[in-house]
Design a protein around this ligand. Sequence first.
Ligand code: PMP
Length: 360
Amino acid sequence: MKRALNFNAGPAALPEAVLAKAKKEMMNYQDLGMGVMELSHRSKQFEAINDRTQSLLRLLLNIPDDYEVLFLQGGASLQFTMVPMNLLEEGSTASYVLTGAWSEKALKEAQKIGSATAIASSKSTNYKSIPSLSEINGKPDSSYLHITTNNTIYGTQWHQFPEKINVPLVADMSSDILSRPIHVSSYGLIYAGAQKNLGPSGVTVVIINKQLLKRSRPDLPAMLNYQVQADSNSLYNTPPTLSVYFLMLVLEWAESIGGVQQLERMNQQKAAMLYDAIDRSNGFYKGHAEKDSRSLMNINFTLADDDLSASFLHEAEELGFIGLAGHRSVGGCRASIYNAVPLEHVEQLAKFMNDFRLRN
Ligand code: PMP
């Protein structure tokens, strides 16, 4: 069967090898006569999946021992609430850098829990860049500083990170986790919904420094308390077993192809193909992001007018390209090229972009 040319923003393409393995194990996992989603979450087989998934993530992202790794539910959106609930200290405030719609939402939810403010924002230029670090470094005097490392809707990404901020850095990495090496010790907390680079939807990864866990007050609802989740190894209630299993398969795949260094090289190569098609088009395609803020994951561009955009998207669809329409809030086009999108599919898209330009 021919696989779709899938450029969806999330849920998104999964590695073919992962789907093939899951298919093989669907009816009969480890000769148990049942599939993974039929296993008890208290069985030793599922505990082994849970532990292995955690170890693989620790290995791939080089997560130090003084961090807990949690597998939660509710998507990245629930983290917009859990982060301030657990980390915002009495009488203090939380600082946010606004780089797009998701960071706006994160701030809005935090303001329902307590005091939270934006200390920098690129909204006035329609989020086409990441605010400069000089606006941020040394500034926050707060419970934590929240950033969104990749802005899925606007196609921008942080390439340098705040320093000397003296408060825990909290990062929403939903759309670029596992796409490049990260220095986990620079963060107090990292969170990411799985459905772009890590697996299917249904599980959210949280990586939290053990010192920060002490801020989780015992009177918080148990399900929303990081300490409770950490104490129970993410098995406080029934976890999304199938999503965790898929996460394990995706991490095994990532390790087998050479880990995050190799993924980063592949992502740079893929992104360069599409940015070249934009940059060499003499303005036929206009990239949304400023060059130094460009994302390796989401490539956003517009064409001269809505009619040309519509005809680009229509032809692309006829040729089997899926998911190229920009987010409804910004319009234009967007190609999401997460880890699992094959190089050949990106090559085909770059070729189509060049062909379409020559014909129009
Ligand atoms: N943050 C970012 C950067 C995202 O791209 C998304 C989803 N597209 C979210 C948060 C929200 O994630 P979820 O749907 O898992 O709540």
